[in-house]
Write a protein that binds this ligand. Structure first.
Ligand code: 5FX
Length: 555
Protein backbone atom coordinates (compact mmCIF):
# COMPACT_ATOMS: atom_id res chain seq x y z
CA UNK A 1 0.00 0.00 0.00
CA UNK A 2 1.43 3.43 -0.96
CA UNK A 3 1.96 6.17 1.63
CA UNK A 4 -0.85 8.22 0.16
CA UNK A 5 -3.22 5.25 0.41
CA UNK A 6 -2.20 4.75 4.04
CA UNK A 7 -2.83 8.46 4.66
CA UNK A 8 -6.23 8.29 2.93
CA UNK A 9 -7.12 5.19 4.91
CA UNK A 10 -6.11 6.67 8.26
CA UNK A 11 -8.03 9.87 7.39
CA UNK A 12 -11.13 7.77 6.61
CA UNK A 13 -10.68 5.89 9.87
CA UNK A 14 -10.50 9.24 11.67
CA UNK A 15 -13.63 10.56 9.93
CA UNK A 16 -15.41 7.29 10.71
CA UNK A 17 -14.31 7.53 14.36
CA UNK A 18 -15.57 11.14 14.69
CA UNK A 19 -18.87 10.14 13.02
CA UNK A 20 -19.13 7.20 15.38
CA UNK A 21 -18.63 9.49 18.39
CA UNK A 22 -21.32 11.88 17.13
CA UNK A 23 -23.70 8.98 16.50
CA UNK A 24 -22.81 7.48 19.84
CA UNK A 25 -23.68 10.77 21.58
CA UNK A 26 -27.27 10.69 20.28
CA UNK A 27 -28.13 7.29 21.74
CA UNK A 28 -27.20 8.66 25.18
CA UNK A 29 -29.67 11.51 24.97
CA UNK A 30 -32.51 11.46 27.51
CA UNK A 31 -35.77 9.61 26.92
CA UNK A 32 -39.18 9.99 28.57
CA UNK A 33 -41.58 7.08 28.81
CA UNK A 34 -45.38 7.11 28.72
CA UNK A 35 -47.54 4.06 29.41
CA UNK A 36 -51.27 3.61 29.03
CA UNK A 37 -53.11 0.83 30.86
CA UNK A 38 -56.28 1.05 28.77
CA UNK A 39 -59.27 -1.29 28.63
CA UNK A 40 -58.06 -3.57 25.85
CA UNK A 41 -54.29 -3.17 25.84
CA UNK A 42 -51.18 -1.82 27.51
CA UNK A 43 -49.29 0.66 25.36
CA UNK A 44 -45.94 2.39 25.66
CA UNK A 45 -44.25 5.24 23.86
CA UNK A 46 -40.76 6.67 24.38
CA UNK A 47 -39.95 10.21 23.26
CA UNK A 48 -36.63 12.04 23.12
CA UNK A 49 -35.91 15.57 24.37
CA UNK A 50 -37.18 16.98 21.04
CA UNK A 51 -40.47 15.18 21.64
CA UNK A 52 -39.92 12.78 18.75
CA UNK A 53 -41.37 9.32 19.24
CA UNK A 54 -38.42 6.89 19.22
CA UNK A 55 -40.13 3.71 20.36
CA UNK A 56 -43.64 2.33 20.73
CA UNK A 57 -45.11 -1.05 21.52
CA UNK A 58 -48.17 -2.68 23.04
CA UNK A 59 -49.60 -5.84 24.56
CA UNK A 60 -53.14 -6.88 23.59
CA UNK A 61 -54.91 -8.46 26.55
CA UNK A 62 -57.35 -10.79 24.73
CA UNK A 63 -54.88 -12.28 22.26
CA UNK A 64 -51.52 -12.09 24.04
CA UNK A 65 -52.79 -13.00 27.51
CA UNK A 66 -55.56 -15.35 26.43
CA UNK A 67 -55.22 -17.39 29.66
CA UNK A 68 -57.23 -14.63 31.39
CA UNK A 69 -60.14 -15.24 28.97
CA UNK A 70 -61.16 -11.61 28.64
CA UNK A 71 -63.22 -10.15 25.84
CA UNK A 72 -62.21 -6.60 25.04
CA UNK A 73 -60.01 -6.78 28.16
CA UNK A 74 -62.92 -7.39 30.54
CA UNK A 75 -65.20 -10.02 32.03
CA UNK A 76 -68.89 -9.18 31.79
CA UNK A 77 -70.62 -11.06 34.62
CA UNK A 78 -73.94 -12.94 34.43
CA UNK A 79 -75.95 -9.93 35.69
CA UNK A 80 -74.60 -7.94 32.65
CA UNK A 81 -74.01 -5.02 35.04
CA UNK A 82 -70.85 -6.16 36.78
CA UNK A 83 -67.74 -5.70 34.63
CA UNK A 84 -64.27 -6.51 35.93
CA UNK A 85 -60.71 -7.17 34.76
CA UNK A 86 -58.14 -9.47 36.41
CA UNK A 87 -55.53 -7.32 38.13
CA UNK A 88 -52.82 -9.93 37.47
CA UNK A 89 -53.48 -9.59 33.73
CA UNK A 90 -52.38 -5.95 33.89
CA UNK A 91 -49.24 -6.97 35.80
CA UNK A 92 -48.39 -9.78 33.40
CA UNK A 93 -48.91 -7.36 30.51
CA UNK A 94 -46.27 -5.09 32.05
CA UNK A 95 -43.81 -8.01 32.36
CA UNK A 96 -44.46 -8.85 28.72
CA UNK A 97 -44.16 -5.28 27.50
CA UNK A 98 -40.87 -4.59 29.28
CA UNK A 99 -39.42 -7.83 27.88
CA UNK A 100 -40.51 -6.83 24.37
CA UNK A 101 -38.82 -3.45 24.83
CA UNK A 102 -35.65 -5.12 26.07
CA UNK A 103 -35.62 -7.46 23.06
CA UNK A 104 -36.13 -4.47 20.76
CA UNK A 105 -32.92 -3.00 22.20
CA UNK A 106 -34.36 -0.02 24.08
CA UNK A 107 -31.67 1.38 26.36
CA UNK A 108 -33.61 1.77 29.62
CA UNK A 109 -30.70 3.69 31.22
CA UNK A 110 -31.56 6.71 29.01
CA UNK A 111 -35.03 7.09 30.54
CA UNK A 112 -35.00 10.16 32.80
CA UNK A 113 -38.65 10.01 33.82
CA UNK A 114 -41.75 7.95 33.21
CA UNK A 115 -45.43 8.49 33.74
CA UNK A 116 -48.59 6.79 32.65
CA UNK A 117 -52.34 6.62 32.52
CA UNK A 118 -55.02 4.08 33.26
CA UNK A 119 -58.65 3.61 32.31
CA UNK A 120 -60.51 5.89 34.70
CA UNK A 121 -62.55 4.81 37.74
CA UNK A 122 -61.23 1.19 37.93
CA UNK A 123 -60.06 0.14 41.40
CA UNK A 124 -57.34 -2.15 42.75
CA UNK A 125 -57.53 -3.61 46.28
CA UNK A 126 -54.12 -4.43 47.77
CA UNK A 127 -54.11 -7.15 50.44
CA UNK A 128 -52.61 -6.56 53.90
CA UNK A 129 -48.84 -7.04 53.65
CA UNK A 130 -48.65 -6.09 49.95
CA UNK A 131 -46.70 -2.93 50.70
CA UNK A 132 -43.85 -5.00 52.08
CA UNK A 133 -43.87 -7.26 49.02
CA UNK A 134 -43.80 -4.23 46.71
CA UNK A 135 -40.86 -2.89 48.65
CA UNK A 136 -38.59 -5.88 48.20
CA UNK A 137 -39.22 -7.21 44.70
CA UNK A 138 -36.66 -9.82 43.65
CA UNK A 139 -35.28 -8.75 40.22
CA UNK A 140 -34.75 -12.38 39.19
CA UNK A 141 -38.50 -13.04 39.10
CA UNK A 142 -41.36 -11.59 37.09
CA UNK A 143 -43.77 -9.11 38.68
CA UNK A 144 -46.78 -11.36 38.22
CA UNK A 145 -45.10 -14.15 40.18
CA UNK A 146 -43.99 -11.82 42.92
CA UNK A 147 -47.36 -10.09 43.31
CA UNK A 148 -49.71 -13.04 42.85
CA UNK A 149 -50.83 -13.00 46.50
CA UNK A 150 -50.92 -9.23 46.90
CA UNK A 151 -54.58 -8.49 46.17
CA UNK A 152 -57.68 -8.93 48.30
CA UNK A 153 -59.84 -8.61 45.17
CA UNK A 154 -58.61 -10.32 42.00
CA UNK A 155 -61.27 -9.04 39.65
CA UNK A 156 -61.02 -5.26 39.66
CA UNK A 157 -64.22 -3.34 38.90
CA UNK A 158 -63.69 -1.20 35.77
CA UNK A 159 -65.36 1.81 34.13
CA UNK A 160 -67.88 -0.35 32.22
CA UNK A 161 -69.43 -1.58 35.47
CA UNK A 162 -72.91 -0.28 36.23
CA UNK A 163 -73.82 -2.47 39.20
CA UNK A 164 -73.69 0.11 42.01
CA UNK A 165 -77.01 1.97 41.56
CA UNK A 166 -78.02 1.47 45.17
CA UNK A 167 -74.74 2.91 46.44
CA UNK A 168 -75.16 5.92 44.13
CA UNK A 169 -78.57 6.64 45.62
CA UNK A 170 -77.22 6.23 49.15
CA UNK A 171 -74.31 8.61 48.52
CA UNK A 172 -76.53 11.30 46.99
CA UNK A 173 -78.96 10.99 49.91
CA UNK A 174 -76.11 11.31 52.40
CA UNK A 175 -74.66 14.52 50.93
CA UNK A 176 -77.95 16.28 50.20
CA UNK A 177 -78.81 15.37 46.62
CA UNK A 178 -77.30 14.83 43.20
CA UNK A 179 -76.55 18.49 42.50
CA UNK A 180 -74.86 18.97 45.87
CA UNK A 181 -72.67 15.94 45.17
CA UNK A 182 -71.83 17.41 41.74
CA UNK A 183 -70.93 20.73 43.37
CA UNK A 184 -68.48 19.00 45.70
CA UNK A 185 -66.99 16.28 43.52
CA UNK A 186 -67.64 17.58 39.97
CA UNK A 187 -70.14 14.83 39.15
CA UNK A 188 -73.45 13.46 40.40
CA UNK A 189 -73.17 9.82 41.51
CA UNK A 190 -72.21 7.47 38.70
CA UNK A 191 -72.14 3.69 39.02
CA UNK A 192 -68.67 3.38 37.54
CA UNK A 193 -67.16 6.02 39.87
CA UNK A 194 -64.76 4.42 42.32
CA UNK A 195 -66.36 5.54 45.60
CA UNK A 196 -69.59 3.75 44.72
CA UNK A 197 -67.66 0.64 43.70
CA UNK A 198 -65.79 0.72 47.03
CA UNK A 199 -69.08 1.12 48.87
CA UNK A 200 -70.57 -1.86 47.03
CA UNK A 201 -67.54 -4.04 47.73
CA UNK A 202 -67.52 -3.14 51.41
CA UNK A 203 -71.08 -4.43 51.70
CA UNK A 204 -70.97 -7.40 49.31
CA UNK A 205 -67.48 -8.71 50.15
CA UNK A 206 -66.94 -7.59 53.74
CA UNK A 207 -64.13 -10.07 54.43
CA UNK A 208 -62.11 -9.11 51.36
CA UNK A 209 -62.62 -5.48 52.28
CA UNK A 210 -61.33 -6.14 55.80
CA UNK A 211 -58.25 -7.75 54.27
CA UNK A 212 -57.44 -4.62 52.21
CA UNK A 213 -54.61 -2.27 53.22
CA UNK A 214 -54.72 0.14 50.27
CA UNK A 215 -57.07 1.05 47.42
CA UNK A 216 -55.57 2.36 44.19
CA UNK A 217 -57.01 3.56 40.91
CA UNK A 218 -55.71 1.72 37.84
CA UNK A 219 -53.39 4.69 37.29
CA UNK A 220 -51.94 4.84 40.82
CA UNK A 221 -51.73 1.03 40.93
CA UNK A 222 -49.53 1.09 37.81
CA UNK A 223 -47.37 3.87 39.29
CA UNK A 224 -47.00 1.78 42.49
CA UNK A 225 -45.47 -1.07 40.46
CA UNK A 226 -42.73 1.24 39.19
CA UNK A 227 -42.26 2.94 42.55
CA UNK A 228 -42.05 -0.24 44.63
CA UNK A 229 -44.47 1.34 47.10
CA UNK A 230 -47.95 2.84 47.13
CA UNK A 231 -48.29 5.77 44.74
CA UNK A 232 -50.60 8.67 45.53
CA UNK A 233 -53.81 9.17 43.58
CA UNK A 234 -53.44 12.36 41.51
CA UNK A 235 -56.02 15.16 41.65
CA UNK A 236 -57.21 14.66 38.10
CA UNK A 237 -57.95 10.92 38.15
CA UNK A 238 -59.04 11.29 41.79
CA UNK A 239 -61.85 13.55 40.51
CA UNK A 240 -63.48 10.46 38.95
CA UNK A 241 -64.31 8.83 42.27
CA UNK A 242 -67.22 10.87 43.74
CA UNK A 243 -64.89 11.33 46.73
CA UNK A 244 -62.58 14.29 46.01
CA UNK A 245 -63.59 17.88 46.65
CA UNK A 246 -62.46 19.38 43.34
CA UNK A 247 -62.06 22.89 44.81
CA UNK A 248 -60.09 22.11 47.99
CA UNK A 249 -58.38 19.21 46.17
CA UNK A 250 -58.69 17.03 49.23
CA UNK A 251 -60.94 14.08 50.06
CA UNK A 252 -64.43 15.30 50.97
CA UNK A 253 -65.15 14.26 54.55
CA UNK A 254 -68.88 13.83 53.97
CA UNK A 255 -68.31 11.63 50.89
CA UNK A 256 -65.66 9.53 52.63
CA UNK A 257 -67.91 8.93 55.64
CA UNK A 258 -70.84 7.95 53.45
CA UNK A 259 -68.65 5.45 51.57
CA UNK A 260 -66.56 3.50 54.12
CA UNK A 261 -65.08 4.06 57.58
CA UNK A 262 -61.47 5.31 57.70
CA UNK A 263 -61.41 5.46 53.92
CA UNK A 264 -58.78 8.22 53.89
CA UNK A 265 -56.30 5.73 55.38
CA UNK A 266 -57.01 3.26 52.57
CA UNK A 267 -56.67 5.91 49.87
CA UNK A 268 -53.68 7.92 51.12
CA UNK A 269 -53.48 11.69 50.52
CA UNK A 270 -54.09 12.87 46.91
CA UNK A 271 -51.30 14.79 45.13
CA UNK A 272 -50.97 17.24 42.20
CA UNK A 273 -50.86 15.39 38.88
CA UNK A 274 -47.42 16.79 38.01
CA UNK A 275 -45.78 15.49 41.22
CA UNK A 276 -42.55 13.51 41.10
CA UNK A 277 -43.36 10.52 43.33
CA UNK A 278 -39.80 9.23 43.63
CA UNK A 279 -37.21 7.17 41.73
CA UNK A 280 -38.04 3.83 40.06
CA UNK A 281 -37.64 0.88 42.38
CA UNK A 282 -34.35 -1.04 42.37
CA UNK A 283 -36.27 -3.97 40.78
CA UNK A 284 -36.33 -2.08 37.45
CA UNK A 285 -32.73 -0.92 37.83
CA UNK A 286 -31.44 -4.48 38.23
CA UNK A 287 -33.81 -6.35 35.95
CA UNK A 288 -34.01 -3.92 33.00
CA UNK A 289 -31.14 -1.47 33.48
CA UNK A 290 -33.17 1.65 34.36
CA UNK A 291 -31.06 4.44 35.84
CA UNK A 292 -31.30 4.79 39.62
CA UNK A 293 -32.20 8.43 39.10
CA UNK A 294 -35.14 7.76 36.71
CA UNK A 295 -38.17 9.51 38.22
CA UNK A 296 -41.75 8.29 38.43
CA UNK A 297 -44.19 11.17 37.78
CA UNK A 298 -47.74 10.65 39.10
CA UNK A 299 -49.89 8.58 36.75
CA UNK A 300 -53.37 9.86 35.84
CA UNK A 301 -56.58 8.82 34.04
CA UNK A 302 -56.64 8.08 30.31
CA UNK A 303 -58.85 11.09 29.53
CA UNK A 304 -56.74 13.61 31.47
CA UNK A 305 -53.64 12.10 29.82
CA UNK A 306 -55.28 12.51 26.39
CA UNK A 307 -55.92 16.18 27.16
CA UNK A 308 -52.17 16.47 27.78
CA UNK A 309 -51.33 14.49 24.62
CA UNK A 310 -53.50 16.80 22.52
CA UNK A 311 -52.19 19.90 24.35
CA UNK A 312 -55.77 21.11 24.61
CA UNK A 313 -56.01 24.83 25.33
CA UNK A 314 -58.76 27.11 26.53
CA UNK A 315 -61.45 27.49 23.81
CA UNK A 316 -60.67 24.13 22.19
CA UNK A 317 -62.93 21.11 22.30
CA UNK A 318 -61.42 17.65 21.99
CA UNK A 319 -63.42 14.75 20.62
CA UNK A 320 -61.96 11.32 21.13
CA UNK A 321 -63.54 8.68 18.91
CA UNK A 322 -62.83 5.31 20.49
CA UNK A 323 -64.59 2.39 22.21
CA UNK A 324 -66.26 5.07 24.26
CA UNK A 325 -66.41 8.51 22.62
CA UNK A 326 -65.38 11.29 24.95
CA UNK A 327 -65.56 15.05 24.66
CA UNK A 328 -63.39 17.27 26.80
CA UNK A 329 -63.01 20.95 27.38
CA UNK A 330 -60.57 23.18 29.24
CA UNK A 331 -62.49 24.98 32.00
CA UNK A 332 -61.25 27.87 34.13
CA UNK A 333 -64.25 28.17 36.44
CA UNK A 334 -66.08 24.89 37.20
CA UNK A 335 -69.87 24.83 36.90
CA UNK A 336 -70.75 21.24 37.83
CA UNK A 337 -74.08 20.01 36.46
CA UNK A 338 -76.20 16.90 36.60
CA UNK A 339 -74.57 15.51 33.51
CA UNK A 340 -70.93 15.29 32.53
CA UNK A 341 -67.97 15.54 34.84
CA UNK A 342 -65.59 18.23 36.03
CA UNK A 343 -62.09 16.99 36.83
CA UNK A 344 -59.09 18.91 38.14
CA UNK A 345 -56.78 19.63 35.21
CA UNK A 346 -53.85 17.22 34.88
CA UNK A 347 -51.49 19.94 33.60
CA UNK A 348 -52.43 23.16 35.42
CA UNK A 349 -53.14 23.45 39.14
CA UNK A 350 -55.59 26.35 38.68
CA UNK A 351 -57.67 24.85 35.87
CA UNK A 352 -60.28 22.13 35.34
CA UNK A 353 -61.40 19.91 32.52
CA UNK A 354 -64.95 18.97 31.66
CA UNK A 355 -65.56 15.50 30.34
CA UNK A 356 -68.53 13.83 28.74
CA UNK A 357 -68.45 10.10 28.17
CA UNK A 358 -70.58 8.37 25.51
CA UNK A 359 -70.58 4.59 25.75
CA UNK A 360 -71.92 3.93 22.24
CA UNK A 361 -68.95 5.01 20.13
CA UNK A 362 -66.91 2.93 17.72
CA UNK A 363 -68.71 -0.38 18.32
CA UNK A 364 -71.96 1.21 17.10
CA UNK A 365 -70.19 2.80 14.11
CA UNK A 366 -68.76 -0.64 13.28
CA UNK A 367 -72.20 -2.28 13.58
CA UNK A 368 -73.78 0.20 11.15
CA UNK A 369 -70.75 -0.13 8.82
CA UNK A 370 -71.28 -3.91 8.81
CA UNK A 371 -75.03 -3.70 8.29
CA UNK A 372 -75.19 -0.78 5.84
CA UNK A 373 -71.81 -0.82 4.07
CA UNK A 374 -70.92 -4.54 3.95
CA UNK A 375 -68.15 -3.95 6.48
CA UNK A 376 -66.30 -1.45 4.28
CA UNK A 377 -65.13 1.93 5.62
CA UNK A 378 -64.74 3.10 1.99
CA UNK A 379 -68.44 2.46 1.31
CA UNK A 380 -69.35 4.02 4.66
CA UNK A 381 -67.40 7.16 3.70
CA UNK A 382 -68.94 7.21 0.23
CA UNK A 383 -72.41 7.21 1.82
CA UNK A 384 -71.46 10.25 3.91
CA UNK A 385 -70.27 12.04 0.75
CA UNK A 386 -73.42 11.14 -1.20
CA UNK A 387 -75.94 12.38 1.37
CA UNK A 388 -76.83 16.04 2.09
CA UNK A 389 -75.98 17.98 5.25
CA UNK A 390 -78.92 17.56 7.60
CA UNK A 391 -79.91 14.22 5.98
CA UNK A 392 -83.28 15.54 4.72
CA UNK A 393 -84.39 16.12 8.33
CA UNK A 394 -83.97 12.50 9.43
CA UNK A 395 -82.57 12.14 12.96
CA UNK A 396 -81.39 8.95 14.65
CA UNK A 397 -80.41 7.93 18.20
CA UNK A 398 -78.27 4.79 18.42
CA UNK A 399 -77.83 3.48 21.95
CA UNK A 400 -76.95 -0.19 21.41
CA UNK A 401 -76.10 -0.49 25.10
CA UNK A 402 -77.30 1.63 28.02
CA UNK A 403 -75.82 5.05 27.28
CA UNK A 404 -74.11 7.22 29.90
CA UNK A 405 -74.91 10.57 28.21
CA UNK A 406 -77.91 10.64 28.16
CA UNK A 407 -79.11 7.74 30.24
CA UNK A 408 -81.11 5.97 27.50
CA UNK A 409 -81.10 2.74 25.53
CA UNK A 410 -82.27 1.47 22.13
CA UNK A 411 -82.36 2.71 18.55
CA UNK A 412 -84.85 5.51 17.82
CA UNK A 413 -85.34 6.90 14.30
CA UNK A 414 -87.36 10.03 13.42
CA UNK A 415 -88.32 11.48 10.02
CA UNK A 416 -88.40 15.19 9.16
CA UNK A 417 -91.89 15.51 10.70
CA UNK A 418 -90.63 14.01 14.00
CA UNK A 419 -92.59 10.80 13.37
CA UNK A 420 -90.90 7.65 14.56
CA UNK A 421 -89.94 5.30 11.71
CA UNK A 422 -88.56 1.77 11.72
CA UNK A 423 -85.89 1.87 9.02
CA UNK A 424 -84.09 3.91 6.36
CA UNK A 425 -82.03 3.22 3.29
CA UNK A 426 -78.41 2.26 4.17
CA UNK A 427 -77.02 5.65 3.05
CA UNK A 428 -79.52 7.63 5.14
CA UNK A 429 -78.84 5.36 8.10
CA UNK A 430 -75.06 5.92 7.90
CA UNK A 431 -75.42 9.71 7.88
CA UNK A 432 -78.10 9.58 10.59
CA UNK A 433 -75.76 7.65 12.86
CA UNK A 434 -72.79 9.97 12.42
CA UNK A 435 -74.83 13.21 12.54
CA UNK A 436 -76.77 11.91 15.56
CA UNK A 437 -73.59 11.07 17.44
CA UNK A 438 -72.02 14.48 16.78
CA UNK A 439 -75.22 16.43 17.47
CA UNK A 440 -75.32 14.66 20.82
CA UNK A 441 -71.64 15.48 21.52
CA UNK A 442 -72.34 19.18 20.73
CA UNK A 443 -75.64 19.40 22.64
CA UNK A 444 -74.18 17.99 25.85
CA UNK A 445 -70.95 20.00 25.56
CA UNK A 446 -73.03 23.20 25.22
CA UNK A 447 -75.01 22.25 28.32
CA UNK A 448 -71.70 22.12 30.22
CA UNK A 449 -70.89 25.67 29.18
CA UNK A 450 -69.19 25.12 25.84
CA UNK A 451 -69.89 27.60 23.04
CA UNK A 452 -68.57 27.80 19.52
CA UNK A 453 -66.67 31.06 19.15
CA UNK A 454 -64.45 32.43 16.37
CA UNK A 455 -61.12 30.63 16.74
CA UNK A 456 -62.66 27.51 18.29
CA UNK A 457 -60.77 24.38 17.25
CA UNK A 458 -62.13 20.84 17.39
CA UNK A 459 -59.26 18.43 18.06
CA UNK A 460 -60.10 14.89 16.99
CA UNK A 461 -58.33 11.76 18.14
CA UNK A 462 -58.98 8.03 18.49
CA UNK A 463 -59.50 5.30 15.88
CA UNK A 464 -62.21 7.00 13.79
CA UNK A 465 -60.20 10.24 13.59
CA UNK A 466 -58.40 8.80 10.57
CA UNK A 467 -61.65 8.88 8.52
CA UNK A 468 -61.87 12.23 6.67
CA UNK A 469 -65.58 11.98 5.86
CA UNK A 470 -66.50 11.32 9.49
CA UNK A 471 -64.37 14.36 10.45
CA UNK A 472 -66.12 16.48 7.79
CA UNK A 473 -69.46 15.75 9.48
CA UNK A 474 -67.86 16.62 12.84
CA UNK A 475 -66.65 19.94 11.42
CA UNK A 476 -70.08 20.73 9.93
CA UNK A 477 -72.04 19.84 13.07
CA UNK A 478 -69.72 21.90 15.31
CA UNK A 479 -69.33 24.60 12.63
CA UNK A 480 -65.63 24.74 13.44
CA UNK A 481 -62.39 23.55 11.84
CA UNK A 482 -61.27 20.07 12.84
CA UNK A 483 -57.62 19.30 13.53
CA UNK A 484 -55.97 15.98 14.19
CA UNK A 485 -52.65 15.25 15.76
CA UNK A 486 -50.79 12.31 14.32
CA UNK A 487 -51.00 10.27 17.48
CA UNK A 488 -51.51 6.56 17.67
CA UNK A 489 -52.52 7.12 21.25
CA UNK A 490 -53.01 10.52 22.77
CA UNK A 491 -53.13 9.14 26.34
CA UNK A 492 -49.80 7.36 25.94
CA UNK A 493 -48.06 10.32 24.33
CA UNK A 494 -49.65 12.63 26.89
CA UNK A 495 -48.10 10.47 29.60
CA UNK A 496 -44.65 10.82 28.02
CA UNK A 497 -45.15 14.63 27.82
CA UNK A 498 -46.24 14.63 31.48
CA UNK A 499 -43.13 12.65 32.46
CA UNK A 500 -40.97 15.30 30.82
CA UNK A 501 -42.95 18.17 32.36
CA UNK A 502 -42.87 16.54 35.82
CA UNK A 503 -39.10 17.02 35.94
CA UNK A 504 -39.33 20.79 35.46
CA UNK A 505 -42.77 21.60 36.93
CA UNK A 506 -41.37 22.38 40.36
CA UNK A 507 -39.15 25.10 38.92
CA UNK A 508 -42.28 26.80 37.58
CA UNK A 509 -42.11 25.70 33.90
CA UNK A 510 -45.65 25.42 32.51
CA UNK A 511 -46.77 22.28 30.70
CA UNK A 512 -47.18 24.21 27.44
CA UNK A 513 -43.63 25.60 27.64
CA UNK A 514 -42.27 22.13 28.37
CA UNK A 515 -43.92 20.62 25.28
CA UNK A 516 -43.73 23.52 22.82
CA UNK A 517 -41.60 21.47 20.39
CA UNK A 518 -44.40 18.93 19.91
CA UNK A 519 -45.82 18.62 16.37
CA UNK A 520 -48.61 21.07 15.55
CA UNK A 521 -52.13 19.70 14.93
CA UNK A 522 -53.06 19.35 11.25
CA UNK A 523 -56.18 20.95 9.76
CA UNK A 524 -58.27 18.14 8.21
CA UNK A 525 -61.75 19.61 7.70
CA UNK A 526 -63.38 23.04 7.54
CA UNK A 527 -67.10 23.61 7.92
CA UNK A 528 -69.31 23.88 4.85
CA UNK A 529 -70.69 27.47 4.46
CA UNK A 530 -74.26 26.18 4.94
CA UNK A 531 -73.43 24.09 8.02
CA UNK A 532 -74.23 26.70 10.66
CA UNK A 533 -77.78 27.24 9.44
CA UNK A 534 -78.48 23.52 8.99
CA UNK A 535 -77.13 22.29 12.32
CA UNK A 536 -78.13 25.22 14.60
CA UNK A 537 -81.74 24.44 13.63
CA UNK A 538 -81.28 20.68 13.73
CA UNK A 539 -79.75 20.86 17.21
CA UNK A 540 -82.99 22.36 18.62
CA UNK A 541 -85.05 19.49 17.14
CA UNK A 542 -82.45 17.00 18.29
CA UNK A 543 -82.75 18.25 21.90
CA UNK A 544 -86.54 17.90 21.85
CA UNK A 545 -86.39 14.43 20.31
CA UNK A 546 -83.80 13.34 22.85
CA UNK A 547 -86.23 14.35 25.63
CA UNK A 548 -88.87 12.17 23.94
CA UNK A 549 -86.45 9.23 23.79
CA UNK A 550 -85.56 9.73 27.45
CA UNK A 551 -89.19 9.72 28.53
CA UNK A 552 -89.86 6.65 26.42
CA UNK A 553 -86.83 4.80 27.81
CA UNK A 554 -87.56 5.71 31.42
CA UNK A 555 -91.28 4.94 31.37
C1 5FX B 1 -64.55 8.26 31.47
O1 5FX B 1 -65.34 8.74 32.52
C2 5FX B 1 -64.71 6.82 31.25
O2 5FX B 1 -65.38 6.14 31.98
C3 5FX B 1 -63.98 6.17 30.11
O3 5FX B 1 -63.62 7.09 29.13
C4 5FX B 1 -62.78 5.42 30.60
O4 5FX B 1 -61.84 6.32 31.15
C5 5FX B 1 -62.20 4.61 29.47
F1 5FX B 1 -61.05 4.07 29.85
Amino acid sequence: MSDSSVLRLSRSVCVFYVCFLVMAAAPDSPLYLGLDFSTQQLKVVAIDGNLNVVHQDNVQFDSELSEFRTQGGVHIHADRLTVTSPVLMWIKALDLLLNKMKRAGLDFSRIRALSGSGQQHGSVFWRKGASQTLNQLDPDRSLHHLLQDSFSVWDSPVWMDSSSSQQCQDLQAAVGGALRLAEITGSRAYERFTGNQISKLRRSRAEDFQDTERISLVSSFAASLFLGGYAAIDYSDGSGMNLLDIRTRNWSRICLEATAPHLDRLLGPPLPSMSVLGPVSSYFVHRYGFSESCKVVAFTGDNPASLAGMRLQQGDVAVSLGTSDTVFLWIQEPRPALEGHIFCSPVDLQAFMALLCFKNGSLTRERIRNECAAGSWEDFSAALKDTPLGNGGNIGFYFDTMEITPSAVGVHLFDSDDHEVSSWSPHVEIRALVEGQFLSRRLHAERLGYSILPGTRVLATGGASSNREILQVLSDVFNAPVYTIDLSSSACLGSAYRALHGLVAESGVSFFDAVKKAPKPQLVASPNPTAKQVYDEMLKRFAQLEDRVLHKTCS
